[in-house]
Design a protein around this ligand. Structure first.
Ligand SMILES: Nc1ncnc2c1ncn2[C@@H]1O[C@H](COP(=O)(O)OP(=O)(O)OP(=O)(O)O)[C@@H](O)[C@H]1O
Ligand SMILES: CC(C)(CO)[C@@H](O)C(=O)[O-]
Ligand code: BAL
Length: 405
């Protein structure tokens, strides 16, 4: 089936009791102010210490040598080097913000870093492609790795953040650990039945994205717990683009009594509506033009809600229509011109639990989510831009939060 399973309402099971982990509190930039630091060290000098100290001649001595070229921003490759970098900021009560990423940075990541710099004295960006969140048949081997250009972009951004007087801080360190560091007892594997030290947050991890990617949220929660324990951030920044991930991390923070505040930043998009994503590089020209179908379908559903509809069938019906029409248009083209896709799901969910609902509750709002698979192109042409790694199947996700009214 090419366009399937639009509405998974049959698995509706509204669960109460998870209320405060969810996204009714995803008022995008709200955060709890922390108490001012006891000693606010001058921004530039304190944040660049890198576990550095000054010797009797007053010269800077760095304990962890590697930095982003032409900057003093340390690249910390191990947990011990991170810990020694972190220690002075604990003593000084500097507000430390963490932006976890898997690299291949784009404007979505950059906007999270900008937000972190507005609200934190020290911003740490982690770059780590976490194997535990990839299923065994997923794209771990081909996931884009662009470390050198990522850190060059961070250096450029840091200069901008320092020059902009409106920020509390700027980029203080990059944490790029190895898998040996992140999994000290050995990597437990990517299989569903792998055993090891995992963090599991259920039931939210089992639905929607979790139904299609059964090890995904276990891998994400586990690595985020490790990153939080290593960095000990006051705040950690995540993107709304991965909305279910944000709900999972919020629930982990709540249920494990973590002292880190989870902040969610808005989804950054291309001009035509496509949500930015590191995986967009896989698309190539032909599929890129059709990939907007997901955001267009969600926008149609949002419009239906805005016009007063609350029944899921009516709201998702509008989205389904857009997807079906696009698919018909593609099928009408020659194989060498078309880009086909499968809808994994389009769903309307409770904003706190992500469980699918039969109708949006206007007093709470709801979350519209969707995932599509852009299939490999048919009849590829000589010289055609097929995308990174030869243009494998690409899974795209997106969402819109329907605000209460
Ligand atoms: N378009 C976006 N706008 C805002 N934040 C984003 C966007 N895309 C990703 N993020 C956020 O950036 C953080 C790091 O995400 P990640 O490195 O996986 O990038 P990604 O683009 O989501 O990659 P992928 O294509 O693998 O899903 C996550 O919190 C994610 O939600
Ligand atoms: C949060 C995260 C960095 C954990 O690996 C990843 O899932 C991501 O980039 O969204
Ligand atoms: N942005 C979420 C990471 C992943 O899909 O693996």
């Amino acid at each position: 089936m090419i366009a399937g399973n639009y509405n998974r309402i049959s698995r509706f099971a509204l669960k109460a009791g998870l209320a405060s982990c969810g996204l009714t509190v995803l008022k995008l930039v709200a955060f709890r102010p922390l108490p001012p630091p006891l000693s606010a060290a001058p921004r530039r000098s304190a944040s660049r210490l890198n576990g550095a100290s000054r010797n009797s001649t007053g010269r800077r001595r760095t304990m962890a040598g590697e930095t982003i070229p032409n900057t003093r921003i340390p690249i910390l490759r191990s947990v011990p080097s991170l810990r020694s970098w972190r220690r002075p900021y604990m003593v000084n009560q500097r507000i430390v913000g963490l932006v976890p990423t898997m690299g291949a940075l784009h404007k979505g990541h950059i906007s999270l870093i900008r937000q972190a710099a507005r609200e934190c004295h020290e911003v740490v960006i982690s770059i780590y492609v976490n194997p535990a969140q990839f299923g065994i048949k997923e794209d771990l081997a081909s996931y884009p790795v662009t470390f050198d250009s990522d850190v060059a972009e961070l250096a450029r951004l840091d200069r901008e953040l320092v020059d902009d007087g409106g920020n509390l801080g700027h980029i203080s360190a990059v944490f790029a650990p190895t898998t040996a560091d992140m999994y000290p007892s050995g990597f437990p594997g990517q299989e569903v039945d792998s055993t090891g030290s995992f963090v599991t947050i259920t039931p939210v991890s089992n639905i929607l994205e979790g139904a299609s990617r059964p090890t995904f949220f276990r891998g994400v929660a586990t690595v985020c717990m490790k990153l939080f324990n290593a960095v000990q951030p006051d705040r950690a920044y995540f993107g709304q683009k991965d909305v279910q991930q944000a709900v999972v991390i919020r629930k982990m923070e709540r249920d494990f009594l973590l002292p880190t505040e989870i902040v969610i930043g808005p989804t950054m998009r291309e001009q035509d509506g496509l949500a930015l994503s590191s995986r967009n590089v896989y698309l190539g020209t032909r599929r890129r033009a059709v990939a907007t179908v997901l955001s267009s379908a969600l926008q149609a559903a949002e419009k239906a809600y805005a016009s007063g509809k609350t029944a899921t069938s009516a709201i998702l019906g509008a989205a389904n229509q857009v997807a079906s029409r696009e698919l018909q248009d593609q099928l009408a083209l020659k194989p060498k011109e078309r880009a086909l896709f499968e809808v994994d799901y389009l769903a309307l969910s409770d904003p706190e639990t992500m469980e699918e609902v039969e109708a949006a509750d206007p007093s709470k709002g709801a979350i519209l989510t969707g995932a599509i698979r852009m299939l490999q192109v048919q009849d590829p042409q000589e010289g055609e831009d097929l995308g990174h790694s030869g243009g494998p199947l690409v899974r795209l996700i997106d969402n819109i939060i329907l605000q209460p009214r």
